[in-house]
Design a binder for this molecule. Structure first.
Ligand code: AMP
Length: 217
């Protein structure tokens, strides 16, 4: 199955992608994670994109398109993939259409997670992840059961994203509304768009997403 998770920052794309990966055995491809590991490794690409990411802007289309083309041509994507964070512009969506046509891997569904900006800001402000296993938390919405200890793996250190600061979040939301939101009518016209109420709690959203995917399989 070839899926896209579409939605603003903080809508829950990463959380839902991990669950789809677990439930349906399809690999999650997060362009944000790929870029963050390039930045952490200090690679040439990482040096190029670091300041763009920290300011909340979008990395140039050419870089992103090459990155996804390389990644989806790998063997572990042959059974399908969930794109989390790509495409983010119409140019990326058009390039993806061509790639999928060339690989003969048509898109099965685009799942849009709908959440209003006020809620996104609150969610992003409180989020952090376990530095060991990557489990996501939120100070208010999904706190640790035991202070300072990861519920999932017992890890004791946690990470906050640099671009989750308030000023950067405003820029990221603007980039979403200006550049990414036009993909909703783009995929709706292609009859592959499913919209889910991302304001519900994580388990309810998962249930709605699973119901859509079960109908497709
Ligand atoms: P994310 O983890 O998906 O929120 O992505 C974090 C940051 O990485 C974004 O704010 C952008 O700067 C950059 N980024 C990730 N995916 C893309 C993409 N498809 N196009 C452009 N920039 C991207």
């Amino acid at each position: 199955m070839k899926l896209i998770l579409l939605g603003p920052p903080g809508a829950g794309k990463g959380t839902q992608a991990v669950r789809i990966e677990e439930n349906f055995g399809i690999i999650q491809l997060s362009t944000g994670d790929m870029l963050r590991s390039s930045v952490a490794s200090g690679s040439e690409l990482g040096k190029k994109v670091k300041s763009i990411m920290e300011s909340g802007g979008l990395v140039p289309d050419g870089i992103m398109i090459d990155m996804i083309r390389d990644r989806i041509s790998k063997n572990d994507c042959s059974a399908g993939f969930i794109l989390d964070g790509f495409p983010r512009t119409t140019a990326q969506a058009e390039a993806l259409d061509v790639m999928l046509m060339n690989f003969n891997k048509p898109l099965d569904a685009v799942i849009e997670l709908k959440v209003i900006d006020d809620v996104l800001i609150k969610r992003i402000a409180g989020r952090f992840t376990c530095a060991n296993c990557g489990e996501g938390y939120n100070k208010e919405l999904k706190p640790l059961k035991k202070d300072g200890v990861c519920d999932k793996c017992g890890g004791l250190s946690f990470k906050f994203r640099k671009d989750d600061r308030e000023d950067t979040v405003a820029a990221r939301l603007k980039a979403y509304h200006d550049m990414t939101a036009p993909l909703i009518p783009y995929y709706s016209k292609k009859d592959v768009l499913f919209s889910v109420d991302g304001m519900k709690n994580i388990d309810e959203v998962s249930k709605d997403v699973n119901n859509i995917l079960k109908r497709l399989t």
